[in-house]
Write a protein that binds this ligand. Sequence first.
Ligand SMILES: [Ca+2]
Ligand SMILES: [Ca+2]
Ligand SMILES: [Ca+2]
Length: 440
Amino acid sequence: MTRTLLLLLVILVAILLCACSGQTQPRELPESPSPNITSLSPTTSPTPTPLPTPVPTSTLPPQTTEVPKSKVYSIVWENDVQITETSAAAIYPTLGLNGNTVHLAWVDQRHGGENREIYYNRSTDNGGAWQALDTRISNNSLLSIKANLAVIGDTVHLFWRDTRDGNFEEYFVQSKDGGVSWSPETRLTNDPAFSGCPFPAVIGNTLNLFWRDDRSGTLKIYQKRSIDAGANWCPDILLTPDGIKAEFPFPSVNGNTIHLVWRDTRDGNAEIYYKRSMDAGATWTEDENLTKNQGESEHPKIIAQKDMLHVVWRDNRDGKYEVYYTNSTNGGQSWSTARKLTHGTGQSYWPVLAVSNDLLHLLWCDDRDGTQALYYAFSSANSDSWSAETRLSDCVLPLGEYVMGANPIMASESYVHCVFNDDRTGMNKIYYKRAAISIQ
Ligand SMILES: [Ca+2]
Ligand SMILES: [Ca+2]
Ligand SMILES: [Ca+2]
């Protein structure tokens, strides 16, 4: 019995030893979840399948850099809405945007003769419906033109230029209730020369206005500032060198920083210059030439999108005018190599950008078919690839420097809004068109 027990004990020990010899190192406890899981490099995740990018077209360059994207956007344009119904011409529409509210200003000839007046309308449902009665903003017998809006919440600032004083001067009105009622107008400039094309940049209660002025014989860029929401304005500030022709200033605001581009001839041909103010317009960095080529580089527009800056302009460095693009990923400290965006048979004019979330929207005029037409394309890849073009309208004014309003395109998360004038009825009228943005 004892011997049997001993034998069983020996067998048991042998089995245990055998089992232990086949066992690996004691299993470690599973790691606790990494607190940095959300910051893991994308390269450690399964590589997302590159989604179909918007189809390159014959007039936009093929995609040069594959950018994996998690979203494919669809932009579907709706029918035109005719905003002005009078028998008189209306031109130069421009937009402002605040949430679902779309603000629209334009130049209207309904009062006859040489008079031009600034008119205004708005939609509070993303462009679905417009006020039955538009609003007359200016009221004098001479030219009131080139309106431009700056919208901060319910406060709408509206600037334009006006010849009532014997030469062009900048004027300003303000609405603090989303365009329902308007302040009396304020005359902002007072010099005997041409004061044109006012472009505002608003940061809280600090208003900056940029315009071109030839008070000493040459067009130059001037700035004017108010730090009390427009109640008081500082004297005019000259922003570009005296004696150098500079015009078409265009600002974009990002936080407390104003980024400014303009057309400048100090280098012997027209170039796009840039500078920024990181204190809401009080001080500025040095002027920087963004183009540096022998062609005429003009019609610049800049727009900030999150931490990226996008600039477009037109350039004839290759013999005819095409739309060019550059961007900065470090707040304007350095810029990408310029890229040509249009390759059609005609000349391209007046490129304008809008941004919304991940999208970059481009609107421009092109005469490839013999008449000047308005085209649109978008990019979800910082201009590396572009959608097919959409011809939005036969644009209508003869080619010239005053064709396009200041902001004819703006975008929200849900819609792209576009305004233009078109003479399909035999006379220029203001049309509005929107596109719903969806993610497929
Ligand atoms: Ca007038
Ligand atoms: Ca003047
Ligand atoms: Ca140039």
